[in-house]
Design a protein around this ligand. Structure first.
Ligand code: COA
Length: 380
């Protein structure tokens, strides 16, 4: 409490440590990220998304047998329930893909015979189901919007390759499948960010996994969080060519409250290590698809931002945008792709929260009046 009676307020919970966690460590001063102690660079280089799912849900990397068993569980949990398919199909086309995903995530609970089973086994089963179903939901919505029917998963394909197959109806090449796999690994987990915190707040009331993850999707949608990647590609397209970058930035930064999507971070004070990895994948993807323009534009914007009076570093959303765009993916599914990956991190946090639960309930500093004279409705 300060001398004027006003409590110390951590606006936006900035800097507040609210719990212990085993899942993820971010060292924002030096740009390091670990999932259960493993550096993100190693995970991105050597692991599939399924290995990372195992790591996040079980706390250790799998051996070959354990990985095989997890893959079977994920495959067994594929196949969009008809009820959820109908919800997606009936969504007005004016609703965005993140709105549809949020609604479908909630609808998934209605097709679970025990949605409120918060036992350890129940939570794990729901985690697997949600992880398996998110690509199907996103792809079904993508196809309905194009007047196409969803297609059945190919159970010979891994998570990332099957996702691309569900979207396009064609088996992806190895390069596209690996690029998606790396993107999923990089986006899977990031400590107590806004959507994960949302999931933990909901889980801490002892509500169910579906409610927590539905809430998390809503939080991820915002442009200050996962929604930024869609904003990045709009920026790249709006600027159009490298020669216009400096003028465009000067003009925009002259506007009060302007935010350049894909730059800045609450925790990283240096380069986000995921951005460094994705930058290399953006270049590689451009070379594979025969045009590096959007990589080069992104690189030039990064340099221009670092040369400004108040430099800002790119975050994870900056180089994912050009990577997805050059893979032929439309901007409106960039944030849903983020969710397809992050659902594993959310699930891990719901499990961790409920394993050692404490209701999350901060206090506020009330700045309104008290003891106002009450007037009956006819006198107001
Ligand atoms: N564009 C313009 N200015 C930015 C900025 C951005 N992307 N990110 C930070 N800043 C500026 C703020 O205006 C503020 O300046 P000030 O001190 O002169 O007022 C300062 O940097 C600190 O920003 P602040 O909003 O207080 O930091 P935060 O920790 O609350 O916000 C983000 C973090 C991520 C919300 C913020 O960097 C942002 O809006 N980024 C763009 C959206 C984005 O890419 N989100 C994805 C995050 S992974």
């Amino acid at each position: 409490m300060a001398e004027d009676g006003k409590p110390q307020i951590a606006y936006g919970l900035q800097g507040v440590v609210i719990d212990d966690t085993h899942i993820c460590k971010i060292d924002g001063e030096v740009g390091k990220l670990y999932y259960y102690g493993y550096g993100i660079e190693d995970l991105a280089q050597h692991c599939s998304y399924e290995e990372v799912v195992y790591l996040l849900l079980k706390g250790e990397l799998p051996n070959a047998e354990q990985l095989g068993a997890l893959k079977k569980e994920l495959v067994a949990a594929r196949g969009l329930p008809y009820g959820v398919r109908d919800v997606i199909k009936s969504a007005p086309k004016t609703s965005g893909p993140m709105d549809v995903l949020r609604t479908a995530a909630s609808a998934l609970a209605l097709t679970d015979s025990a949605p409120n089973d918060n036992t350890e086994a129940g939570r794990y089963k729901k985690a697997i189901r949600l992880i398996a179903q998110f690509p199907e939901i996103v792809a079904a919505d993508y196809r309905f919007r194009r007047g196409e029917e969803p297609i059945a998963p190919d159970n010979n394909l891994g998570h990332a390759a099957n996702f691309l197959y569900l979207l396009h109806g064609e088996k992806p090449g190895d390069a596209a499948a690996r690029t998606m796999d790396v993107a999923l690994v990089l986006h899977a987990e990031h400590s107590f960010n806004a959507s994960t915190f949302t999931a933990r707040v909901i889980a801490a009331t002892l509500s169910d996994m579906y409610s927590a993850i539905t809430g998390a999707v809503g939080a991820l949608k915002g442009p200050l969080h996962g929604g930024a990647n869609e904003g990045v590609i709009k920026t790249l397209l709006d600027i159009g060519e490298p020669a216009k970058i400096d003028g465009w930035l000067d003009e925009k930064f002259a506007e009060k409250g302007f935010r350049l999507m894909g730059f800045g971070h609450r925790v990283y004070k240096v380069l986000d290590p995921r951005a460094a990895i994705l930058k290399a994948w953006s270049k590689k993807t451009g070379e594979e698809y025969g045009t590096t323009k959007w990589y080069e534009m992104s690189d030039a914007i990064e340099k221009a931002m670092l040369a400004r009076e108040k430099p800002l570093y790119p975050n994870v959303d900056f180089y994912s945008a050009s990577t997805y765009y050059m893979m032929g993916l439309p901007p409106e599914i960039f944030t849903p792709i983020f969710a397809v990956s992050r659902v594993s991190g959310w699930a891990a946090h719901v499990i961790e929260q409920q394993a050692n639960n404490k209701l999350i309930r901060p206090k506020a500093h009330y700045i309104g009046d008290v003891d106002k004279k009450f007037k009956p409705i006819g006198e107001r």
